[in-house]
Design a protein around this ligand. Sequence first.
Ligand SMILES: Cc1cc2nc3c(=O)[nH]c(=O)nc-3n(C[C@H](O)[C@H](O)[C@H](O)COP(=O)(O)O)c2cc1C
Length: 175
Amino acid sequence: MTVSLIIYSSTDGHTKTICERIINFSNDGNIVKILSLDEASNINLSEFNKIIIGASIRYGKHSKKLYNFIEENKIMLDQKESSFFSVNVVARKSGKNNPETNPYIKKFLKISKWTPKKIAVFAGKVDYPRYGFFDKYIIKLIMFITKGPTDTSQSFEFTDWSKVDEFAKKLWSNS
Ligand SMILES: Cc1cc2nc3c(=O)[nH]c(=O)nc-3n(C[C@H](O)[C@H](O)[C@H](O)COP(=O)(O)O)c2cc1C
């Protein structure tokens, strides 16, 4: 039996939804705990066999708290079977939708100096009705520039769930 921890760094909840989908693929007898980054800040990582961290991008960056967490737990993360995935809307574009080509993954690995065993990147969601005035305006502008959807009355989910499922299967396999 393995005990696994999934940590999510999320502002609007989509990364947490992806984490929950990943849990659905875990094997019987595998205990999986899911925590937000804040909840995980005082947890003893030595209790877990596998650690998976999922984090979203906001204004070009993963959160500062995420980098602090990784710095504080670097030794344990390196010892464990640890994995990482990023959620961003740049990943909806072919040519930026895998760990080797996504700019945020490349930047993350460089800054964090962590080498997760398994890495993925997933396209996220643009949820205009949820955003405040400023965020809505900026995201609409970015979407216009990058030829994405600009109807602010709608939500647009770009996540390829079959890609999430494939990653989930790899995470729970023993290879
Ligand atoms: C205010 C704001 C800023 C964002 N900035 C970026 C960005 O710079 N690059 C990008 O690819 N996606 C960006 N996104 C898209 C998010 O990464 C995407 O919506 C993701 O699904 C959010 O995940 P979460 O709900 O777990 O926070 C931004 C979204 C918001 C709301």
